[in-house]
Design a protein. Structure first.
Length: 248
């Protein structure tokens, strides 16, 4: 199966997995992998690395925006198999170890099952490993402040609300924002298109998620790479403000 890999900027690739995106930042054959899809997306993750001329052995680090199963899916596999470090925000490290779980519950899904798209999404999530137990045994906090010494030189930006330790990644030199689930452009359970917050049931603290849009609005850039939905071109500030207006 051909994996949907799009080169969106120099050395920057957006990969559409099964309902979730991940990003590859390349410097030669060395790469930074931002998120890893569902557990069931593993073959697509490996195929996407090959399509950009890299390999799992060449992944310098896995950066995780947040420790939900549809982003954390293959992180432990890469760590355990290839010794790849897995980095998250300090507040998200225990979440990745599964000391607790801030994730939409079966009850949340049942209560929202009348909404268009929710039940097909839930069935897909379960089939893809959305309820699997996939902790990272030895996750690590970001090793430095500011730009990380990794391919792409991503700068972590704490954007809590979706989870306590959610982080976006800013690439100021190329005007790219990898926004994870702090700001998306679509989702199977949403009838909206374009910049938006995910539906309420997905956020651990919705008010903080709304407030984090102001953090993103302060960043310079013109290309948004979200955790769900297509790439969005245009000022990041305007995208974040549009999502904020829609959320109020």
């Amino acid at each position: 199966m051909q994996t949907d890999v799009q080169q969106v900027a120099d050395g920057t690739y957006l990969v559409h997995g099964s309902n979730t995106n991940w990003v590859i930042l390349a410097d030669g054959d060395a790469v930074t992998l931002v998120d890893t899809g569902y557990p069931g997306d593993r073959e697509q993750v490996l195929a996407s690395l090959a399509q950009v001329g890299s390999s799992p052995e060449a992944v310098a680090a896995v950066l995780i925006t947040h420790a939900h199963n549809d982003h954390l899916g293959s992180a432990e596999y890469l760590r355990a198999t290839y010794g790849t470090p897995v980095y998250l925000h300090d507040d998200e490290v225990p979440h990745a170890r599964r000391e607790f779980l801030h994730q939409v519950t079966v009850g949340d899904v049942v209560r929202n099952g009348w909404r268009p798209g929710v039940l097909p999404w839930a069935l897909h999530a379960i089939r893809s490993g959305g309820k699997a137990h996939v902790p990272v045994t030895d996750p690590e906090a970001f090793p430095s402040k500011g730009a990380l010494d990794l391919p792409g030189r991503p700068v972590p930006v704490h954007t809590p609300g979706h989870t306590d330790g959610h982080a976006a990644f800013h690439l100021p030199d190329s005007g790219v924002l990898i926004s994870g689930d702090a700001l998306v452009s679509g989702h199977p359970t949403s009838r909206l298109t374009g910049p938006q917050l995910l539906p309420d049931m997905f956020h651990h603290e919705r008010a903080r998620a709304v407030a984090s849009l102001d953090v993103l609005a302060a960043l310079e850039g013109d290309l948004l790479l979200p955790g769900h939905g297509p790439a969005h071109r245009g000022p990041v500030r305007e995208a974040a403000l549009q999502a904020r207006e829609r959320a109020l």
